[in-house]
Structure formats: C-alpha cells, structure tokens
Design a binder for this molecule. Structure first.
Ligand code: UT7
Length: 318
C-alpha cells in the first residue's frame, strides 16, 4: 500500500518585494516582468532561515492532518540550498519538530523535488517502513540568484510547502525524465581554498539560459502529462486540477490551452511568490486545500521541471 496526503502546510517570509521595487535598482519594469512571466511580487528571506520556513510549513501540515510530530516515521526534505552544507536540513527539522523518527533524508532535485520526494515516500510505504511521513520543500532562492542579473533575479522567491502522508492508495503513479546536462540551468559550487586545485573563479550564483529552459519546459510538460494520463487510462478532462511548477504563466497557459482545459483547473500563485523552486507545487497544493477546493476522490496531476534538466509528473487522488 502506498500513501495519501492527509494534511498540508506552507510558509513564506514576511518581506514582500514588488516588481516596482526591483525596478528601483535594476534595469527592469513591472510591465516587462508581468507580461513575460506573470510574476507581480515575491517573498525574500531577511532574518529567517530556511529551517524556520520549513518548520512553520511542517507544523501547519501536521496540524491540518491532526497528527503529532512523534507519529512521523520519516522526513524527506527537498531543497537546493539549506542553511548548512552539513548537517542535513531533515536532521535539523526532525529535532525542531520533536520527532522520534530516524529515517530522515535531504533531496536536491531542483524544481520537481517535491514530486521526486513523493515517489521516494511511496517506496517507503510500499516497503512497510512507514505508517506516516512528512515531505517538506523549502527554498531560499534569494541566496543563490545574482541580484545584479535582471534576467534571473526577478524570477525567483523564497518559500516552503509541506505535506503529511499516511498509508493509503492516493498516490497513483509517477514518471520522470533526466537529461543530465547542466549548461542551461545551474549554480556552480564555491571554489574552496585547496592549495592543490586551481580555482574555477566562478561565483555561486544561479545561471540560466531562459529561452532554452522555456522551450524544454513547454514541450516536456505536455509530453509527460500526456504520457501519464495515457498510461493510467485517463482523459485530460478527468483531473480536477493540474498543479504545475510555477515558473512562468506563459508555460502554464501553453499546457492548459493544448490540453483544452478551463483556467480554474490550472491554479496559479506565481503572481504572489514567483518561482520558489521545489516549494511551488506543495505551496499551491496547500492553498487549494485551505481554500476547500480539493474534494475527496479528486484526481490531481502534479508536474515540475527544472535543473538537470529533469521533469517529474505524478497523479494523486485526494
Ligand atoms: O524553475 C526553473 C525553470 N525556469 C524557467 O522555467 C524559466 C523559463 N524561461 C522563461 O520563463 C523566459 O525565458 C524568461 C522569463 C526567463 C525570459 O523571457 P523571454 O521572453 O524568453 O525573454 P528573453 O530572454 O528573450 O529576453 C528578451 C529581452 C532581452 O533584450 P533584447 O536582447 O531583446 O534587447 C533581454 O535582455 O528582454 C531583456 N530582459 C529584460 N528586460 C527587462 C531580460 N530580463 C529582463 C528584465 N527586465 N528583467
């Protein structure tokens, strides 16, 4: 038996930055950012840490599920960059929440991280290693974008989303693709100061060929959604919601139009949070849950894409 989601939570930093505020120090405008991406504002960390966001999102999810932290059998934490290189964020979160579980795991799978984590969670439930578990995705994109590069820093934001899972049969299927190239989207590592290695001289800022990633996203989302629906004998009309990675409204709209679906089946929150990498999907899921828009038995398609270049797509029954 796999799992179903019994609670969700999310958290974002207090600090809100509008497009106009970015235009105060960058050669950009609200008009450019809004029309090219759909983003109007984003949240950025000031004094909070990634752990704070993850903790608040997890607490909200546990409360929503009616589950105590001591009932968790595992924590999977997805992030591109936590507060430390080591120890892992899942270790730190486990202590902060007061869990007694020892199966804790960090995953760095960029934007589709939450979907990759659900798939790993599925294996834990199927192996009989868990009755309940927590998946949390928390990101601090504001720490890795170059705030002098208008082509990237306007796109991202910080945030966290979490889900509590319990034994059940709500996780129906997942498919993934991995390209393995890094040139179009990556963050280099810092050089260190080894006397034996020549410094690469790169700063640890996110670099992206936006147009290439855009082309990849538009074609791969459609391929993957079509493939998973077909594999599960479903039509595009059957899912109640398509919860897509929130990178660009034009990418989401392209998929929606090709699948010939109404706007409300493709919910969006990128206007308020920008691209929060692996946190976009669980943050949006939490929003729908708290708005009471998810009904028992609803089929949901979750789909993410990002650095790797990778994609992850799954079907959940609520
Ligand atoms: O989660 C990771 C996945 N990432 C993505 O999904 C990102 C996918 N890519 C995109 O969403 C889009 O490619 C972008 C939003 C990044 C860029 O949109 P675009 O329509 O592809 O614009 P562009 O890169 O072709 O740039 C058009 C123009 C350029 O000027 P010139 O060369 O035409 O004079 C850019 O220099 O827009 C300029 N530009 C800007 N202008 C004002 C780039 N960034 C900005 C900016 N403000 N912030």
């Amino acid at each position: 038996m796999s799992f179903h989601i019994i609670g969700t939570g999310s958290c974002h930093p207090e600090k809100r930055i509008t497009n106009d505020q970015l235009a105060e120090f960058l050669d950009t405008s609200d008009e450019w950012i809004s029309t090219r991406t759909g983003i109007k504002e984003r949240r950025v960390l000031t004094n909070e840490k990634v752990l704070d966001l993850a903790y608040e999102a997890s607490l909200a999810a546990l409360e929503n599920a009616g589950v105590g932290a001591e009932e968790l059998d595992f924590i999977i934490f997805t992030t591109m960059l936590g507060d430390f290189i080591t120890p892992s964020m899942s270790c730190l979160l486990s202590k902060r929440l007061g869990t007694v579980c020892t199966r804790v795991l960090d995953m760095n799978m960029a934007c589709p991280g939450f979907i990759y984590a659900l798939d790993v969670a599925d294996s834990m439930f199927k192996a009989g290693k868990a009755e309940k578990g927590l998946v949390v995705s928390a990101e601090a994109m504001s720490r890795i974008v170059d705030w002098t590069d208008r082509s990237t820093c306007v796109l991202f934001g910080d945030g966290a989303g979490a889900a509590v899972l319990a034994k059940g049969d709500g996780f129906k299927d997942a498919i993934f693709t991995v390209d393995g190239g890094y040139e179009n989207l990556y963050v280099p590592i810092w050089d260190g100061n080894s006397p034996y290695a020549a410094p690469a001289g790169q700063k640890a800022f996110l670099k992206m060929n936006g147009q290439e990633v855009y082309i990849f996203a538009v074609s791969s989302i459609m391929q993957q959604i079509t493939a998973i629906l077909e594999k599960n004998g479903m039509t595009a009309d059957e899912p109640s919601f398509y919860i897509l990675h929130q990178a660009n409204i034009r990418i989401i709209e392209s998929a929606r139009k090709k699948l010939n679906q109404p706007v409300d089946k493709f919910p969006v929150n990128l206007d308020r949070y920008g691209n929060t990498s692996s946190a976009t999907v669980p943050m949006l899921l939490d929003e729908l849950n708290r708005q009471g828009r998810l009904k028992k038995g609803d089929k949901l398609v979750l789909c993410g894409f990002g650095a790797g270049l990778i994609t992850g797509t799954c079907i959940l029954e609520w």
